[in-house]
Design a protein around this ligand. Structure first.
Ligand SMILES: Cc1cc2nc3c(=O)[nH]c(=O)nc-3n(C[C@H](O)[C@H](O)[C@H](O)COP(=O)(O)OP(=O)(O)OC[C@H]3O[C@@H](n4cnc5c(N)ncnc54)[C@H](O)[C@@H]3O)c2cc1C
Length: 231
């Protein structure tokens, strides 16, 4: 397995408790929109077995042409060991990346696409929106719906509505599910969902109950996990 150790170049405060860590691009490191990676901290591979408390899945919130790997995450005052170490890291400190892969690249099949997310889940969709804004081919309309009870909505400069891309933020799950139910009437569309497993299951249930086919639902899971959510 290839492991890239790379330095943090910048830390951007996006909203209260929410930060984007910019990492230098290792040689030949590339990714597609919607990708996630494994982010690991010093010492994770020091023992016989990897120390999982020092590894987390993280989406990449940037595109390669931006010149940095962006990792956006919330770090609250009560947090895991992983997050408390990350919070104290500064430019120059190194982290490890491995197993980078996108399960949810933008599908350009002539269908409308709905991006459904909660909180910092929006990070997965930022590069998808940037990719679409650069080239809208094969996607008549792109819509993003994000629920965030903190009301500190992220990436306002990218998630700005225009003619072909519309973006909505709502503060409660009730508002979110009402909107999802309405969107489900666009049965031929593709629905991408990012959030906790609970949000995935509940959103899938609303979509399925309203007649959306499993094949039209995209989640950031490997095929064997997809079955558990959509089987
Ligand atoms: C494919 C994929 C992509 C992902 N992408 C991202 C991403 O881009 N960004 C991202 O942030 N996450 C992402 N995640 C989730 C990520 O891997 C972590 O599971 C998540 O960020 C939680 O991190 P944590 O376990 O370090 O917990 P924390 O974030 O530290 O804590 C989780 C919750 O528990 C509470 N808590 C934790 N420790 C304590 C304590 N000691 N006392 C009291 N309360 C506590 C926290 O306040 C918080 O509410 C992704 C997951 C997957 C599977």
């Amino acid at each position: 397995m290839k492991i890239d150790w790379t330095p943090i170049t910048k830390v951007v405060a996006e909203a209260p408790d929410t930060y984007t860590f910019h990492l230098a691009l290792p040689p030949e490191f590339t990714w597609q929109e919607g990708a996630h990676t494994h982010l690991a901290l010093e010492g994770f591979n020091a023992g016989d077995k990897p120390d999982r408390s020092l590894v987390r899945h993280m989406s990449i919130s940037t595109l390669p042409h931006e010149g940095a790997i962006g990792i956006t995450t919330r770090i609250k005052s009560e947090c895991s060991t992983f997050k408390s170490i990350l919070r104290d890291m500064v430019p120059g400190d190194k982290v490890a990346l491995f197993k980078t892969h996108s399960n949810v690249p933008l599908e350009r099949s002539g269908k409308n696409v709905y991006l459904l997310s909660a909180g910092v889940g929006l990070a997965t969709f930022r590069p998808i929106v940037l990719e679409y804004l650069a080239n809208g081919e094969g996607v008549p309309h792109l819509h993003s719906l994000n629920v965030d009870s903190s009301k500190a909505y992220l990436f306002g400069d990218v998630f700005e509505s225009n003619e072909h891309f519309t973006s909505e933020f709502v503060p409660s799950r009730k508002d979110y599910y009402e909107r999802v139910e309405r969107m489900a009437s666009d049965k031929d569309a593709l629905f991408y969902i990012v959030g906790s497993d609970e949000l995935l299951r509940e959103t899938i249930q609303v979509l399925r109950t309203n007649g959306v086919a499993c094949d039209n639902i995209k989640i950031d899971k490997h095929d064997f996990q997809r079955e558990d959510f959509l089987g």
